[in-house]
Write a protein that binds this ligand. Structure first.
Ligand code: TYD
Length: 208
């Protein structure tokens, strides 16, 4: 029996996802909950190796290979980290999950959502996050906010039109799953976003 809760965070570059993730974890721990923080692609030994391949600028691959590797890492992640933690009653917070595959590989790279849905069903069965926070910011504003001092990874080096499609993909997905996915306007100040996150979390805590 699953008794923990599964929360995922999504966003395009510069949406402030990492800051809000820390804030969310602090809030949950203040509520006495055990929290497991993880990320995708990654979260396991094999998953982190796949992540390195996926993000490496030197990797050349077909978009379907990219999608399959994302889901291969996810299969491992669910088996080794997410499901065991939920069974123990922990709350699992993942920095990205399957909605990212629909946004980046689906909308961004142009893969059919039908094929991605097959992989989703194969890898997850009926498991879905209890809550997804999507931090939404216009692509240009997001890019202005990021100041990467290292070389961009294979996704970060994409053109603005790619990220526009990714953003549209997230918004489309949010329309499809309005109960699970909360679209948060990340143009607001960091503090306003924090307050909104706290409010959404309070509702989830009341339901449990
Ligand atoms: P992330 O660590 O969130 O990078 P950043 O902090 O730069 O946003 O995610 C790594 C990259 O992987 C990100 O560019 C999005 C991409 N990604 C996909 O394309 N598909 C997926 O299914 C996942 C989980 C991530």
């Amino acid at each position: 029996m699953v008794c923990g809760k599964f929360i995922t965070l999504e966003g395009v570059d510069g949406a402030g996802k990492s800051t809000q993730l820390e804030h969310l974890v602090t809030l949950l721990r203040q509520n006495g909950l055990t929290v497991v923080v993880t990320r995708e692609p990654g979260g396991t030994v094999l998953g982190e190796r796949l992540r390195a391949l996926l993000l490496d600028q030197a990797s050349v691959m077909h978009p379907e290979t990219e999608a399959l590797l994302m889901f291969a890492a996810r299969r491992e992640h669910l088996d080794k980290v997410i499901i065991p933690a939920l069974h123990k009653g922990s709350w699992v917070i993942s920095d990205r999950f399957t909605d990212a595959s629909f946004a980046y590989q689906g909308s961004g790279r142009g893969l059919s959502s039908g094929k991605l849905a097959l992989l989703e069903q194969w890898v997850q069965n009926d498991l879905q996050p209890d809550l997804t926070l999507y931090f939404d910011v216009p692509v240009e504003l997001g890019r202005q906010r990021v100041n990467i001092s290292r070389a961009p990874d294979r996704f970060e080096q994409e053109q603005q039109v790619f990220f526009q499609r990714v953003r549209d993909g997230y918004l489309e997905r949010a329309k499809q799953y309005p109960k699970r996915i909360h679209v948060i306007d990340a143009r607001q100040t960091e503090n306003s976003v924090k307050q909104e996150v706290a409010g959404i979390l309070e509702l989830l805590l009341k339901r449990t």
